[in-house]
Design a binder for this molecule. Structure first.
Ligand code: G6P
Length: 610
């Protein structure tokens, strides 16, 4: 949530910051602002709306400078408008702050500051920072020390950047709970909340940790803890290219990411399948495999789409490993004093690796002594770094707010973990080889499904005006139904619910009439006959049935109003295939409604606040 970009060097920082903010717009897009050192002053320009509004304003006003910071906002405190947009300044406007996160004790700090004469202009928690830092500067401290002292009074989370006109040779940054990185250039340095804002300029990245504060100059930087202990940070090289974060000829990132799935899935499996032994090889788990095999229970914690992947994981782990598995929303897990036994392992699934609740859940599980494993997409992200071990999904950067390729890659990784452990337990080599074969065929089968794009678009045309949707599935396709419903909700704003197919009789069936489209995930598996009965029950109430079925199924043609036929695959890999038509269906409905699928209202890609 919220994007931060900063530059210090010899170039004009404004285009660099605007370009970076555009790359980060998926993190927040209700307002944006930039602050630039201009002589002895700071020029601040803010606009409600998208970064292009800000870009027009800075171009019109011809704002330039060599040191600056910018922000794109996802509102927490105070409505999205120009006043609440960042940067926020102190009383005499000599100091500005941009901030990602939430200051939990902002009310009491605000009261204290008001009592000593500070006037607040905005409704934000961030403005507290500006005045609080100012209150230390007034006591004679330099800006870095003032920021450090201010941070010691803050409860909450922040990725933060501060500029002070009287010390124009530096930007002060700090991190607690919200991601922050620095890019090292040649006599220039960059800061950002996300590497993708920087890779057009440098691949040398320093990742800040919680509790760290840094002075960033054009040619060097100094990092300390907020308790004033100096620490040395080393840059790592990221291997991400600008092409990977562009739209590549598609109208939207979401369509690009859906269409990329044959490749992203291939990348998730690359070098990990061992056909001769019918198993998987996962370097990130080498040191913990024996421990995992001894575990009596697995827990999975995540949010949003990643939580749905976790539910599929539960089916896989319990079916193939016979290890009891519990899946819990990270936001619940972290606050309910979870019971964790010494022989439990906890998996944290997160595309971004930065989701605040998932990260906090990980830290809580670590405190309780659990073996913690990360399944993350973003390399070097907080969850990846703080887990004891883990597996990257390697789906490549996902920019569209609604997760697509990251989800299918999460399912692949969960399957590969299952395969690796099952082969060490009771799975035969023959079964293992069959599964490896199924994985090898996946990219081709995904490509086949993507060819149905046009026919799914036609189905979307007929349902774009529906007010409600039901998604029903059984077994591991129940979480896929949840994910299908979530996709539709997120980008089309149509109310949609996912249910286990049989459970619909206990409530949702009351909603069914001729206006209710019901999407059934009905591959030919052991519960197929049961699903067919559920379809009949919907038809008897005049509901409109859209079925995702396997290609050789002819029975379904007479039952459903619309059938999307997909290739068959092994039990373990089938949910990866059934998820894809649901992504396309949601996509086309949203586009036909004229909506922005990449930046749906109120949502953000990376939820780094609670
Ligand atoms: C946000 C995104 C979702 C995502 C969820 C969890 O809500 O919009 O697409 O599934 O966060 O994110 P994570 O990065 O932890 O997978």
């Amino acid at each position: 949530m919220c994007g931060i970009v900063g530059y210090i060097g010899k170039k004009n920082c404004v285009p660099i910051i605007i370009e970076g903010l555009k790359r980060l717009e998926y993190r927040g897009y209700d307002s944006a602002g930039v602050g630039v050192i201009a002589g002895d002053d700071i020029t601040v320009v803010k606009r409600k709306g998208k970064v292009t509004e800000l870009q027009n304003a800075v171009t019109e006003q011809n704002v330039t400078g060599n040191v600056g910071i910018g922000h794109t906002r996802w509102a927490t405190h105070g409505e999205p408008n120009e006043i609440n947009a960042h940067p926020h300044y102190n009383q005499d406007r000599s100091l500005i702050v941009i901030h990602n996160g939430i200051i939990e004790n902002y009310n009491s700090l605000k009261t204290g500051l008001k009592n000593i004469g500070y006037e607040f202009r905005s409704d934000t928690d961030t403005e507290v920072f500006a005045h609080l830092i100012d209150s230390f500067i007034r006591r004679g401290y330099d800006v870095s020390k003032s920021v450090r002292l201010a941070l010691n009074e803050i409860d909450g989370t922040y990725g933060l950047a501060v500029m002070y006109a009287k010390e124009p040779d530096k930007i002060v940054v700090a991190r607690q709970g919200s991601p922050l990185v620095m890019g090292i250039g040649d006599n220039e340095n960059f800061i950002a909340s996300d590497v993708s804002a920087l890779i057009a300029y440098t691949k040398q990245i320093v990742y800040f940790e919680d509790g760290e504060i840094a002075e960033v100059y054009a040619d060097h930087f100094v990092t300390k803890t907020i308790h004033d202990k100096e620490i040395e940070k080393i840059a790592t090289e990221v291997n991400l290219t600008v092409d990977e974060i562009d739209k590549g000829g598609y109208d939207t990132f979401m369509m690009k990411e859906i269409m990329e799935q044959p490749d992203s899935c291939t990348n998730s499996m690359r070098g990990r399948l061992v056909f001769d032994e019918g198993t998987a090889k996962l370097g990130g788990l080498t040191d913990v495999v024996e421990k995992l095999l001894d575990c009596k229970r697995f827990l999975i914690s995540a949010c949003g789409t990643s939580w749905h992947a976790g539910l599929v994981g539960e089916y896989l782990f319990e079916h193939y490993l016979r290890i009891p598995t519990e899946v819990e929303y990270a936001s619940e897990f972290r606050y309910r004093n979870p019971i964790i036994y010494p022989d439990d392992a906890v998996f944290f699934i997160s595309q971004s690796g930065e989701t605040a609740d998932s990260l906090a859940a990980l830290r809580e599980a670590k405190r309780k002594g659990a073996l913690c494993l990360g399944i993350c997409n973003v390399v070097g992200s907080s969850i990846a770094r703080e887990s004891h071990a883990g597996v990257y999904t390697h789906a490549g950067p996902e920019i569209g707010v609604a997760s697509t390729k990251a989800f299918t890659s999460q399912l692949i990784v969960l399957g590969l973990i299952t395969l690796l452990l099952a082969r060490r337990k009771s799975m035969s080599i023959a079964e293992g080889k069959e599964i490896v074969h199924a994985y090898q065929e996946l990219p081709h089968k995904i490509a086949e499904i993507l060819k149905l794009n046009k026919s799914i678009e036609e189905i979307a045309e007929q349902f774009k005006n529906a007010n409600n949707f039901l998604y029903l599935g059984r077994g591991a396709h129940f979480p896929v139904a949840l994910e299908g419903a979530l996709k539709l909700k997120e980008i089309s704003y149509i109310h949609a619910e996912g249910y286990p197919a049989a459970e619909m009789k206990h409530g949702p069936i009351a909603l069914v009439d001729e206006n209710m489209p019901v999407v059934f995930i009905a591959p030919k598996d052991s519960t197929y006959e049961k699903i067919v009965s559920n379809i009949e029950e919907i038809r008897a109430r005049k509901g409109k049935v859209i079925a995702i079925a396997t290609e050789n199924d002819t029975e379904i043609d007479r039952l459903a109003d619309h059938v999307i036929k997909i290739p068959n695959s092994a039990r373990m890999t089938m949910p990866i295939l059934t998820a894809i038509p649901l992504q396309l269906l949601a996509y086309h409905i949203a586009v036909k409604k004229g909506l922005n699928v990449d930046q749906p209202r109120n949502l953000a890609k990376s939820v780094t606040v609670e």
